[in-house]
Design a protein around this ligand. Structure first.
Ligand code: ZN
Length: 325
């Protein structure tokens, strides 16, 4: 029997990833299940419990001997009460007291935090953000999210809703974001935004190569636009460049407001590489105060798909230490 082990649970819209690790983030067991969110909370929670037990078995401990379980879940979340309130990508979940249910089923303390905040804490404690007192985490995939670390602590805001960097305003008009606001960064720079812009241009008779690729391998996604660009379609490349510039505007706003030591980037769109990050970093540079840009390192995260589960472990450890779990 080893002691001092935690479970980190990444509850995503499509998959559940559970890691069992010590407090330094050394992973001793893992398990993965499909979320199958449409089957509803009871069925998803049963899969979470199974996955925790499986990961604990691999780590050669009983799940009930874990110190605590941390859950990374899509927002909005009541982190104080441990309730998942009404997440858009978990249909049928309304005010599910997940922390209490897991405590009852697993026999260990359980805490909740939103996925982007877990990402921030994960990279800060165990990844590319180690050693930075003031760090921002920005994730860019279908949406844009983030988390704020100030003085080595997660800054969650008054009701836990801080860090919504995808909703930095970059325009008075334009497309609406998922929350229905107009002009948010996420509606100009995310994977969803790139695909939406391509669809518009195809409807207007443009982007023939992107259109062909999408027809051959639907649905049209940011990846389709990226492939068309790599095959030489200049207008597809221009969409990615534009998204990168908007992303850089968002980064500059964050750098100017927070003067951080590091901005750690995560998310699937990073596989676009320089096509996206080149214009992003250049725009961030030209729009940041000179000293703030000298102060900041813009780096890619190191934890990949484990970031949220590892962050959830760090969150659980922190709340146990302060008596909040
Ligand atoms: Zn918004």
């Amino acid at each position: 029997m080893s002691d001092g082990l935690y479970a980190g649970i990444d509850l995503g819209g499509t998959k559940i990833l559970v890691l069992v690790a010590d407090e330094r983030g050394n992973v001793l067991g893992s398990a993965r299940m499909p979320t199958l969110a449409t089957q509803g909370p009871d069925s998803v929670i049963a899969r979470i419990v199974d996955a925790v037990r499986e990961a604990a078995r691999e780590a050669q401990v009983d799940a009930s001997s874990l110190v605590a379980a941390g859950v990374s879940a899509p927002g909005p979340i009541d982190t104080i009460e441990g309730v998942i309130t009404d997440p858009p990508n978990l249909p049928g979940w309304h005010n599910v007291p997940l922390a209490r249910i897991l405590r009852e089923r697993l026999g260990v303390a359980a805490v909740l935090e939103n996925d982007a905040n877990c990402g921030a804490v994960g990279e800060h404690r165990y990844g590319a953000g180690r050693g930075y007192r003031h760090m921002l985490f920005v994730t860019i995939s279908t949406g844009i999210g983030g988390g704020i670390i100030i003085d080595n602590e997660l800054y969650a805001g008054t009701s836990g809703a801080a860090g919504e960097v995808g909703h930095i305003g970059v325009s008075l008009d334009g497309p609406a974001c998922g929350a229905g606001h107009v002009g948010c960064l996420e509606a100009f720079a995310s994977g969803t935004a790139i695909a939406a812009r391509a669809r518009e241009m195809i409807a207007a008779g443009g982007l023939p190569r992107t259109a062909r690729l999408a027809e051959h391998d639907p649905p049209l996604s940011a990846r389709t636009v990226q492939m068309a660009s790599e095959q030489g379609e200049a207008e597809a490349g221009a969409i990615i460049t534009s998204a990168g510039r908007y992303f850089g505007m968002g980064l500059a706003s964050l750098i100017n407001v927070f003067n951080p030591q590091a901005v750690v980037l995560g998310g699937g769109l990073l596989n676009m590489g320089d096509a996206l990050l080149g214009p992003a970093v250049e725009t961030a540079r030209t729009r940041s105060f000179a000293q703030s840009f000298v102060d900041v390192r813009i780096v890619e995260g190191e934890l990949g798909e484990r970031v949220a589960a590892l962050g959830a472990i760090a969150v659980a450890k922190g709340r146990v230490a302060t008596g909040a779990a």
